[in-house]
Design a binder for this molecule. Structure first.
Ligand SMILES: Nc1ncnc2c1ncn2[C@@H]1O[C@H](COP(=O)(O)OP(=O)(O)OP(=O)(O)O)[C@@H](O)[C@H]1O
Ligand SMILES: Nc1ncnc2c1ncn2[C@@H]1O[C@H](COP(=O)(O)OP(=O)(O)OP(=O)(O)O)[C@@H](O)[C@H]1O
Ligand SMILES: [Mg+2]
Ligand SMILES: [Mg+2]
Lengths: 258, 258
């Protein structure tokens, strides 16, 4: 039984890619078999997991109906984590998919055969910072949505949008069973009063839906991508590694799996 | 003679909005008449300049051909800075504009009458974190492009994309005179080696096109938006205010105006 989780937030730079790269690594270290789908044309998740540019290997053709070829599912620097990479041309898919029939279910249909194999416990999808066609496809293909939120004021403004969108997808029939896997607070800086204010404000609106694990601002998390490694490999003893390990355990227990 | 400058970078969270809000305030303090256009459906610039939600006042209808109404140009908390606000529905404009004729020149045509009045020295456009229809319209309407880059590894990967896009717009005829106003390094943290590495790397690829002024990471810059003020009003003596004042002076001198 494969669970598909979309990691999305239209606000930019909140830690979507950092969460996908490090959560997938920590889940694999806990024995879970993970497939990561990089749905962002920036392809940051692809490089964060140690892979260079992969021309022609993105989901572009799969979104237009071609089955995903086995050679487009790549090994990463993390044993237990496979990746469907992204590339710049994926941005062009938005226009092509928008004009196709059934444009919201393209990713769900492309991933269906991979779910059916039972090869993966989790499929994690990294989304671009927008609510365009690619992210809508991810939300329609997913069983649940994980929302990283930066502990900053501008990040607060986007929350109500995501909530409304989830309701629309559920009520409108595109994805009736879409659940919220949880909200994870990122880049928390205990030295500033802003961090605490944002956490309190999010708690007020989304009580019970926020992970207890808060990811601190930690320079090791921003250094690791330049070495093409998750933080668990770059600096196993960092605060960033400890936080993502705790998040993986809490995530599994919320999924009923620990 | 009005100069139109697009502030764009498809990488999220690099300081586009923070730069538009604070640069516009500092330019106004130097006597420039500034119109800010919020082209991001997140409407962060609208709230950063002290305005709440503005239903119906975004550029949505203007992008489909309706002239911009005078009452949609609002005063902000900064004397000398006016704003055309954004709202969530602007995201829907991407699909409508994509299907319209001449879809790249919609913003340029909408702003033409405002340029012609000579009421503004600068029109600054805040863009969403993507290279979709809205940002493409901004790059086609602009005389020049200002690119904020965070001093982080992932931010580096997107630079070549922006450069290639500029060339396509110039060579393809959509905007033959599009110039690069400059690259501004943001969120520089002198305590980490990553910051220095990224600045050196950007200098290697874009020598001579980077502003000498580097914007430091400064908590006052992230606190100011929760008060709906630019940092110049929130904390006039902060490092953030000093940096954006220097940037405004350097920007004017690069424009040949100081
Ligand atoms: N907890 C953290 N501490 C320090 N730096 C972080 C942390 N999380 C993320 N970063 C850094 O902040 C930047 C933004 O994070 P990231 O790229 O993961 O966000 P994103 O939401 O995926 O961005 P985009 O919207 O562009 O896809 C990156 O340079 C990343 O390395
Ligand atoms: N120099 C700085 N020091 C500290 N915080 C900053 C600085 N510049 C921006 N920030 C904060 O970092 C976050 C991202 O900045 P901002 O929202 O301006 O980026 P953006 O590129 O406009 O994001 P988006 O891609 O979502 O439009 C905001 O919360 C902002 O307050
Ligand atoms: Mg990302
Ligand atoms: Mg912004």
């Amino acid at each position: 039984y494969t669970r598909v989780v979309a990691i999305a937030n239209q606000k930019g730079g909140v830690g979507k890619t950092t969460t996908v790269v490090n959560l997938s690594a920590c889940l694999a270290d806990l024995g879970q078999r993970v497939l990561v789908v990089d749905l962002d044309p920036q392809a940051n998740t692809t490089s964060g997991l140690g892979l260079g540019r992969q021309p022609g290997k993105s989901l572009y053709r799969a979104l237009l109906g071609e089955p995903i070829a086995a050679e487009n599912i790549l090994d990463t620097v993390v044993p237990g984590v496979s990746l469907i990479p992204s590339e710049l041309d994926l941005a062009g898919a938005e226009i092509d998919v928008a004009r196709a029939d059934n444009y919201l279910h393209r990713l769900r249909d492309a991933l269906a055969p991979l779910r059916a194999t039972g090869d993966y416990d989790f499929i994690l999808i990294d989304c671009p910072p927008s609510l365009g066609i690619l992210t809508m496809n991810a939300l329609t293909a997913a069983d649940s949505l994980l929302v990283p939120i930066q502990c900053e004021y501008y990040a607060l403004e986007g929350l109500s949008v995501i909530h409304r969108l989830m309701q629309q997808l559920r009520d409108g029939g595109a994805n009736p069973n879409l659940a919220l896997a949880g909200i994870v607070m990122t880049m928390y800086d205990a030295r500033t009063k802003l961090g605490g204010e944002v956490v309190r404000e999010v708690n007020r609106h989304f009580a019970g839906q926020i992970f207890d694990t808060v990811i601190p601002r930690n320079v090791r998390l921003s250094e690791a991508p330049s070495y093409g490694k998750p933080v668990t490999q770059y600096d196993p003893h960092s605060a960033g590694t400890a936080a993502y390990r705790r998040l993986a355990e809490e995530f599994l227990s919320k999924q009923g799996l620990s």
